[in-house]
Design a protein around this ligand. Structure first.
Ligand SMILES: [Zn+2]
Length: 472
């Protein structure tokens, strides 16, 4: 087996991957805070993690993929100040935080399924792991790493050596509370100490989500409160994957605060390294700028689909850029990706329905890209090489379908369509008629024709290339 090289944020260089247990990968990805529809920038992060998940599966690893849902404790600032994001949305939408979580988890899971992200092995919700979080805080208190004020339980960063080993920042840059936002507790020992537990007191006295705890504050009964966001990941990792894991991944914005704090809590409590490899995906830009809600550029997958794009075209677009590079999103670029993908699909369609043998030379070439820090963008160049090669159509098909286990472009669906014998003339005629109606903005007729196609057993999708159908 060849070496797998992974860029590790801890060492700032590529290292050879050595699993804790041969043939097994424990992998934790910091999942979404479920208080709104995740934008395509978040989805890009999820796709980056999925590509790594798929790579290890392709290499025959048994992957314990874990991606959490944060449904409490993530304040409007990542640095312990402001309102709880879930509660803010709950008030705005007149729902309770549980309903908000349910609503946005459903949307996220529909979206991840549409862009063909594999289901993780574990998808824990923070609110289902409160007991484990309280246990972890108790260990930190007993070991002298944590202390209580009337407002919160804090992690004392001065007690933890190498607090900035991941971020390599000067401490002044990492203020987790006092002095930032509204949250200021005069009894904090160091300004960068961060909350493990917020008592239902002070600015959080009306918190909607809270649990009793064994911790003491003169301001509340039964230690009522809620966990800090950073602590949640530490507790869930410990419960589902153990004290030390192989890979921990998340967005690049988590290096300075969230992941730094996860390391401090977990390593102080467990006395061992939290993760051997830290991976961070870069941001998605829109029109060369930061995605922004106020400028209307934090698009959701739904908005992208409304403009006539297929979810898999977005996945193909994401595949074109390496996870450690920023990628710039424009609808023009997405249009190019959609064209590129449908071009590949139509070429595969023409290869016929017989599947031959996977070609080892191409597979080898593909592996060389994968093993070099998951260089998926470069690996895409193999598709036209295979198509142009002198392999038989059957072997071309087998090889492309084999590599697509990692790309996840669902090219098998195209081939299956072929196997079903393609579309008969009658269906093609209706599609043509419907495209004509859509062009003339005759939506009544276009809807009628859609119903007709559905009655004949076809699922109808609209795209910029016109009507496309698949068997129901
Ligand atoms: Zn996390």
């Amino acid at each position: 087996m060849k070496k797998i090289l992974i860029y590790n944020t801890l060492s700032r260089k590529k290292e050879e991957f050595k699993p804790l247990k041969a043939g097994h990968l424990s992998f934790y990805y910091c999942g979404p805070t479920v208080y709104w529809t995740q934008h395509i920038g978040n989805l890009r992060g999820s796709v980056c993690a999925d590509l790594i998940h798929r790579t290890f599966k392709y290499l025959n690893y048994d992957v314990s993929m874990t991606r959490n849902y944060t449904d409490v404790g993530h304040l409007t600032s990542d640095e312990d100040s402001g309102e709880d994001k879930m509660e803010k949305t709950a008030k705005k939408e007149s729902l309770n935080p549980d309903q908000i979580a349910e609503k946005y988890i459903k949307i996220y899971e529909e979206d991840t399924s549409k862009i063909n992200i594999l289901e993780p092995k574990y998808k824990p919700k923070a609110t289902e792991n409160i007991e484990q979080m309280i246990d972890l805080i108790q260990v930190l208190m007993a070991k002298g790493y944590a202390y209580a004020t009337d407002l919160a339980i804090y992690f004392d960063i001065s007690k933890f050596e190498n607090y900035t080993s991941l971020s390599r920042q000067k401490l002044e840059k990492n203020k987790s509370g006092a002095g930032s936002g509204d949250f200021s507790d005069v009894n904090k020992r160091n300004s960068a100490d961060f909350s493990l537990w917020f008592f239902r007191a002070g600015e959080h006295k009306n918190a909607l989500q809270y649990w009793p705890s064994p911790f003491f504050s003169t301001l509340v009964e039964n230690g009522q409160g809620f966990p800090g966001w950073h602590l949640e990941c530490s507790a869930m990792i410990k419960r589902y994957l153990g004290n030390t894991i192989d890979i921990h991944m998340g967005g690049i914005e988590h290096v300075s605060v969230h992941h730094t704090n996860e390391i401090a809590q977990s390593e102080a409590a467990n006395g061992v390294k939290l993760a051997n490899y830290w991976l961070h995906n870069e941001h998605l830009l829109v029109n060369d700028g930061k995605m922004s809600k106020s400028q209307g550029t934090s698009y959701s997958l739904g908005e992208v689909e409304e403009k006539g794009f297929k979810p898999l075209a977005l996945r193909y677009f994401f595949l074109q850029s390496h996870y450690r590079s920023k990628q710039n999103f424009t609808f023009e670029a997405l249009k190019g990706a959609q064209k590129g993908l449908s071009n590949i699909e139509s070429k595969i369609f023409k290869l016929g329905e017989e599947v031959g043998e996977v070609n080892n030379d191409f597979k080898e070439k593909f592996l060389n890209y994968l093993l070099d820090d998951f260089n998926l963008p470069k690996s895409l160049a193999i598709i036209p090489e295979i198509l142009k090669s002198d392999l038989s159509n059957q072997d071309k098909l087998a090889t492309i379908l084999d590599l697509d286990q990692v790309w996840g472009l669902n090219l098998e669906a195209v081939f299956k369509k072929q196997k079903e014998g393609g579309l008969d003339e009658k269906i093609k005629e209706i599609i043509k008629e419907r495209d004509e109606a859509r062009k003339n903005k005759d939506f009544i007729k276009s809807d009628e024709l859609r119903n007709k196609l559905e009655d004949l057993g076809y699922k109808v999708e609209d795209s910029i290339d016109g009507t496309s159908v698949s068997k129901l």
